[in-house]
Design a protein. Structure first.
Lengths: 218, 218
DNA sequence: TTTATACTTTTGACTAATCAAAAGTAGGAG
DNA sequence: CTCCTACTTTTGATTAGTCAAAAGTATAAA
């Protein structure tokens, strides 16, 4: 049985390694799901028996093709639901992640298809995350991390890698939303900070916060 | 913890006795949830310990005020979701019950409130079932069972008490949808059947099927 | 080569929910 | 009053998921 727990584990593995290149350690997986390492080990065993992952004990775990396909479909449901909640129900982008975390496990294929049509087959969710197609293909657009961009350049916010409600609300308050045009005014290496000019505002971000914002040339 | 299972039990108890008048037997409850009587007994114990029902062993079970309030909110979520799926996503009324059966346990109050607004605070779901208000009040409209109505009278379909996909598809195919104007042409007591004239069609229903259709004077 | 450290796995216990089958009970027929 | 029947409850087992803590392993440092 593919329970919601199984779906959450598969999705976590996929998000920790989109390209399926590296092995994920038990600890890393456990942390991303906020369960104990022992719980992760035992679920990994279950997943391996179901042919959804390959496990090399003490080294790590990796999705099989079947596991990856399932994971991508969960991500598709998650992101379509998020966009639907924002576009059709008018919810705040800072709150839809939590909601989608539950809905992703229960919405039927038919509902997802209808949402997808209503949203005109969107390619990106409210946070700039790509929405996989029904066939499992991921649209990809290459971005650059704000923390690695140059001072003075005109940039456009493309994606938020932190879905935390408070972070997203903070970002929006200072004009950091998807598509917003911004410029880095100053990079203070001593303070490890960036000063950003948005349409509304000027905001100072630590480099670790800036690392969660992806941008592209405006 | 109010799990989905608990919500399903509470909802079942409520639907088996909307007015909170009679005690529900373990067997009746078990049947309506398609679990064994033993499972129902043990869940009843859990619910009683949580103060959600009162149990008189060997006689029956009844919702407490707290249990009833919770149940009504589950029903509210269920019915708003059903209407939303029909009105906004264009799903068939014959399929939304299944979907809502899952969604009712995960949609947040905020999502329900937004759906409710978008649907303009509806009073009835796609099957004619009343939608409880956020305060727990139930709109009520008195109907009459089609099986007890008179031959020749102009009637209007008000509510379907059977949410089964196949039954609802059959009904719709013959013009039996909510609000449809119909007339009983013949009541054959020997065959235990009613012949119904709809705008499309003429259809013969057994009395037990007709008992699941509620009508009001057109 | 030994030891320390960080990490993973195993073990044992627990909660929630279920079923099959045994045991018990209420209430009516005789 | 006794027994039958239908129903309910209890018992014991099972599955899914989890945690705390003990045991085991890989690797790097001494
Ligand atoms: Mn989830
Ligand atoms: Mn997202
Ligand atoms: Mn349900
Ligand atoms: Mn309904």
């Amino acid at each position: 049985m593919i329970t919601s727990t199984v779906e959450n584990y598969l999705k976590a593995l996929f998000l920790l390694d989109q390209d399926g290149e590296k092995e994920i350690s038990t600890g890393e997986l456990a942390k991303s799901l906020t369960v104990t390492p022992g719980s992760a080990t035992s679920m990994i065993k279950t997943l391996a028996e179901a042919g959804l992952v390959e496990h090399r004990p003490h080294y790590g775990v990796r999705l099989t093709n079947r596991g990856r396909t399932l994971a991508v479909h969960v991500v598709r449901r998650h992101r379509i639901v998020e966009l639907f909640l924002v576009e059709i129900l008018g919810m705040d982008w800072s709150k839809v992640h939590e909601e989608a975390e539950q809905l992703e496990h229960v919405v039927s294929d038919e509902v997802i298809e209808r949402m997808d049509v209503l949203l005109k087959r969107p390619a990106f969710d409210p946070h700039g995350d790509p929405i996989p197609g029904a066939d499992g293909t991921l649209p990809n657009r290459s971005h650059c991390s704000l923390s690695k961009s140059n001072v003075g350049q005109q940039l456009s916010v493309a994606r938020m890698n932190d879905q935390d409600t408070d972070f997203l609300q903070f970002a929006e308050k200072h004009g950091l939303m998807i598509g917003a045009k911004i410029t880095i005014i100053e990079h203070n290496k001593l303070a490890d900070s960036l000063t950003i000019k948005t349409s509304n505002d000027t905001v100072v971000l630590g480099l670790s916060a800036a690392a969660n914002i992806e941008v592209c040339d405006a």
